[in-house]
Design a protein around this ligand. Structure first.
Ligand code: MSP
Length: 661
């Protein structure tokens, strides 16, 4: 028996190729891509549509201003949009252009059909017209005499036009909205559409224009072009071959599962579009989901304010997956989010580099160090594993629930709860302590296996949101495509029992914030001044000798005096942030015969995760001191700070506790 795959059809809005696309548009498309990839992962037969909305007066005017033919003008911009989606790793199934011949054919047929069956009639239109929005407004709709959508000037216009009798379908639409509570989402959008537009009564919609030419001609009355929103909205069915000769996909994918759109275009999608569909005798999409806006601290992004955030620049600086993660995680479900580059950097450093990146590198380097990259098969489970395994087993179900409701930010937040749980498991099980005793090999292998398996589960869970990262993790952990499936993470333990891993470089490089950079500059400035001062003083005595701008050497001591300083090689077995001081780390150093606690001010240069397992040189006979309540019994040795910071380490691994001579 063959079971048919369940279909899933998702669309983004089709974008105007007039302005450069910014991070707000990128959010819409990355969100749709993530949902589409997730449904594919779950085994759905997915159709993910995006494209460009290329007609209208605004574009005609922009082309004239650029001294180009409209088609030539849009071709160039469409190229850049396609490129942006490549950069963002958008895996759409079809890219539709409203200038594509098959789409033009559909629109002309749709218009003719609606005219012939009496839904569209010819008359005159007179009203307040907003050119940028390409919309007519009535007196009562104007907001302080301006366009209620964009706040710009409107002018009185009159033209012969075709009209769509919207009112014929208004009650049916109201009934549909009431009978299908998820049809318009979120709830606030539904109420706004009902109360502001539908319940007060719909006016007939003007669906043709004669005042400009850049549009799809009405084929039985060529001085008219089809109203751009009728043209644009119908892309959702022309892309499936509706009334054209493209592959016929209506039966397979219509009605769409979700049109994902920004909240500013809800009215077109939840009123005009359903009514057009009703008139065509087609089912309505199952859901119109209006997401929030990415705002800047000062409000909206706009070309005129010159504050548009370019996604390509951000990808060049931080990488595709960091940007994908940032927009998906920062945009709350159903609400607006405020963009800031510092927040992006914090997300990169904290969630990606520290939490996830370090988890992978700590795990793979321990597997490498303790077992040469190859785990032996013997296992020894402990009760301490139960909680981790329980969470690993639950996490896919919770994530799937959020994703089915398009709550991507909540889904990612839940994955990161699991990432933190796995990091905690390393602290609980202390593999570096287990590694010291031959008799603990099976237990050590089990702990590391549990870590590898958890990382595999995380890779699958993030694969829709961050495909490149998931692939890098798969490469490092060396598991097959079969172990990359959703089904494979529903039971714990599908990571191959015996497997050679392949440790890779950092998943996410840490990035410095502007604030950090400024601090470094200040510090360097200070150092420079100090050095200049020192050089001046020394010049008086030994002007000839000091040629390098380094601090002068300290006074000479005897070998006996030096011998008083007891320096040893220590292995760091634990490293964590000081609970009460941001700049301090607390290290546990293994000195062979004993352990010492070291409190050290290197939290700005080193992550705790990268220190564990490292051998360093420490001074062990300094008088213990307390730092913010924690005792420090030794001192690390190091040079430089920030980018130049480096710890003094032995050239090769030696016995912990060896004396430095
Ligand atoms: N061409 C129409 C859509 C036709 S769909 C049949 C259009 N294009 S647009 O390029 O202006 O906008 C496309 C989408 O980007 C809209 O959903 C809009 O809400 C979204 N965004 C534009 N700026 C945005 C933010 N700052 N934040 C989030 N999304 C925003 O409208």
């Amino acid at each position: 028996m063959t079971t048919e795959k369940k279909s899933f059809y998702i669309s983004t809005p089709i974008y105007y190729p007039s302005d450069k696309l910014h991070i707000g548009h990128t959010y819409s498309t990355v969100a749709a891509d993530t949902i589409a990839r997730f449904k594919k992962l779950l085994g759905y037969d997915v159709f993910f549509l995006t494209g460009t909305d290329e007609h209208g007066q605004k574009i005609e005017q922009a082309a004239i201003a650029a001294g180009k033919e409209p088609k030539e003008y849009v071709d160039k911009i469409v190229e850049s949009i396609v490129h942006l989606w490549e950069v963002m790793n958008i895996d759409y199934d079809k890219f539709i252009r409203t200038t594509d011949a098959y789409h033009v054919k559909s629109i002309q047929s749709i218009f003719r059909k609606l005219y012939e069956q009496g839904d569209i009639y010819k008359s005159y239109y007179e009203g307040w017209y907003c050119t940028p929005c390409e919309a007519y407004w009535t007196n009562t709709q104007l907001d302080d005499g301006k366009c209620p959508d964009c706040g710009r000037e409107v002018h009185m216009a009159k033209e012969e036009a075709y009209f769509f009798k919207m009112s014929n379908y208004a009650q049916r639409l109201i009934d549909h909205i009431h009978a299908n509570p998820n049809f318009i989402s979120p709830e606030s959008a539904k109420n706004e559409m009902l109360n502001n537009f539908l319940l007060p009564g719909l006016e007939d919609l003007c669906v043709s224009r004669t005042s400009f030419q850049w549009g799809i001609p009405v084929d039985f009355d060529e001085k008219h072009v089809v109203y751009v929103w009728v043209d644009a909205l119908s892309n959702y069915i022309s892309a499936l071959g509706y009334l054209n000769d493209e592959p016929q996909l209506m039966d397979r994918f219509w009605p769409a599962d979700v049109h994902l759109i920004g909240k500013d275009i809800l009215r077109f999608h939840t009123i005009y579009w359903p009514i057009i569909l009703m008139a065509l005798g087609l089912d309505l999409p199952k859901q119109i989901y209006g997401h929030g806006w990415i705002l800047l601290k000062g409000g909206k992004m706009s070309k005129s304010k010159g504050n548009v955030i370019d996604p390509i620049e951000l990808v060049e600086k931080y990488g595709t997956d960091t940007l994908r993660y940032y927009v998906l995680r920062e945009m709350p479900f159903g609400g607006d989010g405020v963009y800031s580059e510092d927040n992006l950097i914090t997300r990169n450093n904290a969630d990606l580099a520290n939490d996830l990146g370090n988890l992978l590198s700590r795990t793979t380097s321990m597997v490498d160090k303790y077992f040469g990259g190859y785990l032996p098969k013997a296992r020894y489970f402990d009760t301490i594993d139960t909680d981790l395994i329980q969470m690993a087993t639950d996490v896919p179900f919770v994530v799937a629930e959020y994703m089915h409701a398009y709550e991507i930010s909540n889904a990612l937040a839940h994955v990161w709860k699991f990432v933190s749980r796995v990091n905690k498991y390393i602290d609980e099980t202390e593999p570096w302590v287990l590694a010291k005793d031959e008799n603990n090999q099976a237990r050590l292998a089990t702990v590391l296996y549990n870590l590898l398996e958890s990382l595999r589960i995380i890779a699958v869970l993030i694969s829709a949101a961050m495909p490149q990262t998931a692939a890098k993790m798969q490469e490092a952990l060396q598991f097959s495509e079969e172990a990359m499936t959703w089904q494979s993470i529903l039971t714990f333990g599908k990571y191959p029992a015996e497997n050679k891993i392949c440790p890779s470089g950092a998943l996410f490089p840490r990035v410095m914030t502007e604030e950090e950079e400024k601090r470094i500059e200040k510090r360097m400035e200070k150092e420079k001044k100090k050095m200049e001062k020192n050089t001046e003083t020394n010049n008086e005595i030994k002007a000839e000798e000091v040629t390098e701008p380094y601090p002068p050497f300290k006074e000479t001591i005897t070998i006996e005096e030096f011998a008083k300083v007891d320096m040893r090689v220590a292995t760091i077995i634990k490293a964590e942030k000081h609970p009460n001081a941001d700049k301090l780390l607390v290290l546990q150093a293994d000195l062979g015969y004993c352990q010492k606690q070291i409190v050290t001010g290197i939290a700005e240069f080193k992550n705790p995760g990268e220190l564990v397992g490292k051998q360093i040189v420490v001074v062990v006979n300094l008088k213990p001191a307390k730092f913010r309540g924690m005792v420090s019994e030794a001192m690390i040795t190091a040079v430089g700070d920030y980018e130049t910071f480096a710890m003094i380490v032995p050239e090769k691994e030696v016995q912990a506790g060896e004396m430095v001579k």
